[in-house]
Every structure is written in structure tokens, then in C-alpha cells.
Ligand binder design. Structure first.
Ligand code: SF4
Length: 215
């Protein structure tokens, strides 16, 4: 697949910033605790599903202190429509316990400490930082990966390498670009039948044959 030129990268960046200047996550949350839990649950699960699960979870465990002492089976029962709920239940309880014992009940808002929490990898930490603090970070999920490849911004095989490539190519406004790529991939440049002709505002830069198949 062809690679995007420097000029094309600049144009793609400008168009995404124009279309998604105020984009935020579609996960529902009211504070840092709820955001970390929602992002952790959203791995391999849709935001829609997570938003259906979290109201009851947060009603039962409104903060890290209550979640830290939760019974595993009760947490599992509340999140059992989410993929990998067994591990996720164990992780969010362990995460809450560490936040209580090490961080005095406050979610640490920096990547280094976030990734020490159970179930929080680099991508989850970056998503939390992007959303909560507007940090200049990129995180690559399935949508960002697909969009980056279709636009010739990356030919990397892994999400981690794609993230590094996008950081190198865009340098600034990474949090807005991340949010924009997620929404663009979710609603326009979808995996099947992307809306190339009707809704894509970067079609002229697309390197994917998908664009010719779309209706
Ligand atoms: S033209 Fe289609 S495949 Fe290409 S970026 Fe736009 S929506 Fe995605």
C-alpha cells in the first residue's frame, strides 16, 4: 500500500482537527475512578456495552474504597455481559486495592503509575490520560489502527508500532487526533462497508481499495 506524503499527512491532520476539535470518549464517567474502570472494561468490548454495565457497577461501588473490599462473585455478576469478565472483575478489584493502599485512594494521573495498576496496560493508561488530562499522547485501538493503515499513515504490524509511527508523524494535537480517529473509524471508516462516498472527508488521501468497494 502507498504511504502518505508529508503534504498529505499535514492535510489529513488539519481535516481531522477541523472535524473533531471537541471529540471526547463515548464512555460515560463522572470522575477519574469511573473513567479508569470504564476504559479497563472497554478492552475487547464495545463502549455501548460498557455504558450499559457501569451504572449498576458504580451504584454498587461508588469509589475505590468500596470496590477494594468488593466480593469477586458480586463484581463478576455485575459485569458478566462484558468480554473477559472473570479477569476484568479480578483486575478492577486489585486496581482499587492498590489505589487505596499506595495512592491514598486517588487515581494517579500519570502513565508510569497508571500502568502499575492491575489490568491497566500502556494503551489503557494513554486513553485515560488523553481523555482526562488532554495529554499529548496517542493510543491505538482497532479503529485507529484501521484508519491509520487505510490512509497510508502506517504499515506497521502492531498497535504499539503504529502508535510510535503516528506520534512521529503528527507530533502535536495527538489527543484530538486519537479521539477523531476512533470516532471516524467507528462511524465512517468502518471495518465493513465504510461510508467512503457519502461521509468520508479524507477520501482523496485514502490508499485502501476498500474505498472503491464501498456503497
Ligand atoms: S475512503 Fe473509505 S476506506 Fe478510505 S479512509 Fe475514507 S472511509 Fe475509510
Amino acid at each position: 500500500m502507498k504511504k502518505a506524503t508529508k503534504k498529505e499527512i499535514a492535510a489529513i491532520k488539519a481535516l481531522f482537527l477541523q472535524h473533531y476539535s471537541n471529540a471526547v470518549t463515548e464512555l460515560h464517567y463522572r470522575n477519574a475512578y469511573e473513567l479508569v474502570i470504564a476504559v479497563a472494561l472497554s478492552a475487547q468490548c464495545t463502549d455501548k456495552r460498557v455504558n450499559l454495565i457501569t451504572p449498576a457497577l458504580f451504584a454498587a461501588y461508588p469509589d475505590v474504597t468500596t470496590l477494594a473490599t468488593a466480593k469477586l462473585d458480586e463484581v463478576k455478576a455485575l459485569i458478566n455481559t462484558c468480554s473477559f469478565f472473570n479477569n476484568k472483575a479480578k483486575n478492577i478489584i486489585a486496581m482499587a486495592q492498590r489505589v487505596v493502599s499506595v495512592y491514598d485512594g486517588e487515581i494517579p494521573m500519570n502513565e508510569k503509575e497508571l500502568i502499575t495498576l492491575a489490568g491497566v496496560g500502556q494503551k489503557t493508561a494513554n486513553v485515560v490520560m488523553i481523555e482526562y488530562t488532554g495529554a499529548n499522547l496517542m493510543a491505538v485501538d482497532t479503529h485507529v489502527f484501521r484508519v491509520a493503515h487505510r490512509l497510508g499513515l502506517s504499515d506497521d504490524e502492531t498497535a504499539a508500532k503504529t502508535e510510535a509511527t503516528l506520534v512521529k508523524k503528527f507530533k502535536t494535537n495527538l489527543h484530538q487526533l486519537h479521539q477523531g480517529f476512533v470516532l471516524f473509524g467507528r462511524y465512517i471508516c468502518t471495518a465493513k462497508n465504510p461510508k467512503c462516498e457519502r461521509e468520508c472527508f479524507v477520501r482523496e488521501f485514502c490508499k485502501s481499495t476498500q474505498s472503491f468497494k464501498a456503497k
